[in-house]
Unconditional design. Structure first.
Length: 238
């Protein structure tokens, strides 16, 4: 078994917990509470069953897309914490409801941490053989919060940080449109301009010069060398 195959197994175990394990845990809690109440209490199983259905539907779609794991994990975790603390009210147990907000926050954090664990299991350390995997690989841009380069199986995307309204700008190129990749070192004094509104604070360090469809990008990232290698390897097999 190769290193990438071992990582794939570890990653998918954690992703399975996020998309299926969390709803199953909530279903077990709700079923346990319902078994101690009136028959009508079983209606509460609708929530975890719906979550499980959504998880089973999304898992095949998101299996290789790490950008979705944190959102789904945080949402499922928060709902689980909230419902688990409030549902005992149906059998007259009120004190867990006092913990509703802390439980929701704890569930949110657990979901986010599981997603982060899956992402770290995939990317740490980054190895060139990941280029042959179907995973979308996410690289953070240095000097700006949440802006990323997403290297997919057939395309590369540059995403800006979300605005206050939750909007973000995206520029996507098929791998066949990439005409050049170059390693660079920034001094931190450069004034960088981008084809989309991408505010990057100049910081010294490695960067990738990416040329695609007539656009020129200077993308500051601490993983410039490995990003170039992965990108070039995927271009040759696309």
């Amino acid at each position: 078994m190769t290193e990438v195959e071992r990582r794939h197994r570890r990653v998918q175990r954690v992703v399975g917990i996020v998309y299926v394990g969390i709803p199953v845990a909530l279903l077990a809690i709700v079923a346990w509470v319902s078994s101690r109440g009136p028959a009508a209490a079983w209606i509460g199983c609708v929530v975890p069953v719906a979550m499980l259905g959504v998880g089973l539907f999304l898992l095949p779609k998101h299996r290789y897309l790490p950008r979705w794991w944190a959102g789904v994990g945080g949402m499922f975790g928060a709902v689980t914490g909230l419902v688990a603390s409030l549902y005992p009210l149906v059998i007259g147990v009120w004190w867990p409801a006092i913990l509703a907000l802390p439980a929701a926050i704890a569930g949110l954090l657990i979901g986010l941490l599981l997603a982060r664990r899956a992402n770290l299991a995939l990317l740490v350390p980054v190895v060139p053989e990941l280029a042959e995997s179907p995973y979308e690989l996410v690289f953070q841009l240095r000097g700006t919060p949440l802006a990323t380069v997403l290297l997919g199986a057939a395309s590369v995307e540059i995403r800006s940080s979300p605005t206050a309204r939750g909007e973000e700008q995206i520029r996507r190129y098929p791998l066949s449109a990439i005409t050049g990749t170059f390693d660079a070192t920034l001094s931190g004094a450069e004034r960088l301009k981008f084809p989309i509104a991408l505010t990057v604070v100049g910081t010294p360090g490695p960067a990738v010069i990416l040329q695609a469809s007539g656009d020129d990008w200077v993308l500051p990232t601490n993983q410039a060398a490995i990003l170039i290698e992965l990108l070039d390897r995927r271009r040759t097999t696309a």
